[in-house]
Design a binder for this molecule. Structure first.
Ligand code: GUN
Length: 286
């Protein structure tokens, strides 16, 4: 039997809690609703969908959002100016620059220009470094969402063997740090596999927990896992009017003990964790 990890349900519970905090703590005391800024460049259809979903989530919860959508040929200088504006605007509690960026824009330079106190993505080296050192910081939303989902279903990660597929800065690397840290949740033994890892199956077949963030639809097959493992699917792809994950759902379902569905697993958790980070930024900003 495989139990699905319901990200929609948990995200809803967390949203209700956030709404109460906004009502009781922020509106009554500070008389201002939290405000998330979003900078989007270009016309990448996935990025537009992600950003629209983030804006909708803000509306649902009652958080303010402001989108700056810049054309595809925006120069680095123009983008840096917009970031400076967000950094200096006292009404913006936190903001994100949606990734990936166009090739002519230097991602490192862009991320470094974000004020770490407003970096609700947790991508700035100050936040990322603090996370790696077990210090208080903004943690990337997807990684936080995965940990929260595992906690909710009381899935023990301490002492377990976790294999992560994909080493992106957005998901693979941060989740590898958080799963292996000397903290709770944490204390997992982690192998971070990637495009240059020969025979990924060798690792996944031994794993208690597998986190797949590789960006290839149906990459993880049932024959690559051991019976009873826990499988977290971070991928999301539109394919012939269907939405697919990085996990081949039908061969893994029945063999894994727990599995996140796509959609309705990690996605809603990522969005709600971004809002949670924005709420923290708003509370810090009073
Ligand atoms: N692109 C895909 N996921 C993310 C994310 O969590 N934050 C940002 N800024 N860009 C992304």
């Amino acid at each position: 039997m495989t139990q699905l990890l319901d990200g929609n349900l948990l995200a809803k519970e967390i949203k209700n809690k956030i709404c109460k905090i906004i009502e009781k703590k922020i509106l009554k005391k500070h008389k201002r609703i939290p405000h998330l800024g979003i900078i989007l460049t270009g016309n990448n259809s996935s990025s537009i969908t992600y950003v629209n979903n983030k804006i909708k989530e803000c509306e649902n919860i009652g958080i303010k959002s402001s989108l700056i959508h810049l054309p595809i040929n925006t120069s680095e200088k123009e983008l840096l100016e917009k970031i400076k504006g967000m950094n200096q605007n006292p009404h913006i509690d936190g903001f994100i620059v949606q990734l990936p960026l166009e090739k002519h824009l230097n991602q490192d330079k862009i991320i470094l220009s974000i004020n770490p106190k407003k970096d609700v993505d947790g991508f700035h080296p100050e936040n990322f470094g603090k996370m790696a050192l077990d210090m208080k910081a903004f943690f990337p939303a997807t990684a936080l969402g995965i940990l929260t989902l595992l906690e909710k279903y009381k899935i023990q990660i301490s002492g377990k063997y976790t294999v992560i597929i994909g080493r992106s800065r957005i998901v693979g690397r941060p989740i590898s740090i958080l799963m292996s840290r000397k903290n709770n949740p944490g204390n997992s033994t982690v192998t971070l596999t990637h495009s240059k890892t020969p025979n990924i199956e060798f690792y996944t077949k031994q794993a208690d927990i597998i986190i797949v963030a590789v960006g290839i639809p149906g990459f993880l097959k049932g024959k690559m896992i051991k019976k009873g493992s826990i499988v977290i699917d971070v991928g999301i792809h539109s394919h012939e009017k269907k939405i697919l994950g990085d996990v081949d759902f039908y061969s893994v379902y029945g063999k894994a003990s727990y599995l996140t569905p796509v959609p309705g697993g990690v996605g809603p958790m990522t969005r709600v964790m971004l809002i949670k980070n924005t709420l923290i930024a708003a509370l810090n900003n009073r």
